[in-house]
Design a protein around this ligand. Structure first.
Ligand code: ADP
Ligand code: MG
Length: 348
């Protein structure tokens, strides 16, 4: 959490723009056959033969999307790749390449960017994607990171948000709410640190939720699993803003309604215990927390036997006619309309 004051600080001006790009990207190796030309020319060249190509971009801004006082740069590099790949997997596609663009002020030494790129490289290796380009420029204050992810999918496998039908089952991978609760713990520790810098926090009870916040993973395995199970979702989205917001996207674009069962929402025990500690309702956290990077999808009822035994997947509700609306069915069996809060409002 705390920057090492003794570490080396090489000013970026010592390398110049081209030297910096070369230095940061020297280790990147091409792994995908679809990458014909990577870093080093005016543009990258890709060949997907007859596959569909999917592309998604995200922009991360210091002070808005991340806080460097508790997000180590290596983790930030890793996370900025992962959040983009998540969008590719949400199309039921395989991620193949990324570009990485950064705007950086001279308050960052070379060593900071090395840490950032170390995280980017680690993610690129783990997720088996090539870094094929980017842009590097200066910023007057903070750090900006933009990642573009590229992927491929067979035309008959691609999944949009708009294909859900009434009676389809609503399914989510993994568990929800952990990244948000991890952030609550980190924010609390930051306040404690401000008051007493010598205080050594015991973060042991929060390892899972802090990791989910600082070093999330994207569900690369799910499109593959669905193919193996011979299940093609009717609609799919990744959970970046919170379950309620993602359900609303699917319902709106598919013109359907939904019943979501509170008791079915998958929660890790650390989320439950930390919610109790912070006196926050765990369902609210799952609905509005965000940054889970799980996949939320709908499947036809007849596919239920194929997924029901899978520990990665939980059926949390089912789709209805759009005139029925969107509801959370609580443990007490009351029906509450699902409203979008999104994590931004949630913080206010
Ligand atoms: P141009 O002047 O044409 O924009 P650059 O000097 O910015 O070219 O980039 C040279 C090469 O380095 C290109 O292949 C570009 O995609 C790549 N590149 C530039 N910045 C980055 C970066 N931050 N990360 C990865 N690749 C980069
Ligand atoms: Mg450039």
């Amino acid at each position: 959490m705390i920057e090492d004051k003794n570490q080396q600080r090489t000013p970026l001006s010592a390398l110049g723009e081209f030297g910096l790009i070369e230095h940061l990207t020297q280790n990147f190796k091409i792994k995908q056959t679809s990458t014909i030309k990577g870093i080093g020319d005016d543009a990258a060249v890709l060949n997907f033969d007859n596959k569909r190509v999917v592309i998604s971009t995200d922009l991360l801004v210091e002070g808005v999307h991340f806080d460097l006082s508790y997000a180590p740069l290596k983790h930030l590099g890793y996370k900025s790749v992962v959040v983009n790949l998540s969008d590719i997997y949400a199309m039921n596609a395989k991620a193949t390449q990324i570009t990485v663009s950064i705007a950086v002020s001279n308050r960052f030494p070379l060593e900071a960017l090395e840490a950032l790129y170390d995280g980017i490289e680690t993610a690129a290796n783990i997720y088996n994607v090539d870094v094929i380009g980017g842009d590097t420029t200066s910023s007057t204050s903070g750090l900006l990171i933009s990642v573009t992810a590229i992927g491929e999918v067979e035309a008959e496998q691609e999944v949009y948000r708009n294909g859900a039908k009434p009676n389809d089952l609503l399914v989510v991978s993994g568990d929800l709410g952990a990244a948000y609760m991890g952030l609550q713990v980190l924010e609390r520790e930051k306040e404690v640190y401000k008051v007493n810098p010598n205080n050594q926090p015991d973060l042991e009870p929060y390892t899972y939720i802090i990791e989910r916040q600082l070093k999330p993973e994207a569900r690369k395995d799910i499109p593959k699993l669905l193919l193996e199970l011979d299940v093609k979702p009717t609609a799919m989205i990744d959970v970046s803003d919170g379950l309620s917001s993602e359900i609303m996207h699917i319902c709106k674009q598919s013109d359907v309604g939904c019943d979501l069962y509170e008791e079915k929402i998958p929660l890790d025990p650390q989320v439950i215990s930390t919610c109790e500690e912070f006196n926050i309702d765990s369902t609210t956290v799952a609905l509005n927390g965000g940054e889970d990077y799980e996949l939320l999808f709908t499947i036809a009822q007849e596919d239920y036997p194929k997924i029901k035994a899978n520990p990665n997947l939980t059926v949390i509700g089912y789709m209805k006619e759009s005139k029925e609306g969107l509801h959370l069915v609580t443990r007490a069996d009351t029906r509450i309309p699902i409203k979008s809060q999104g994590w931004k409002n949630f913080n206010e």
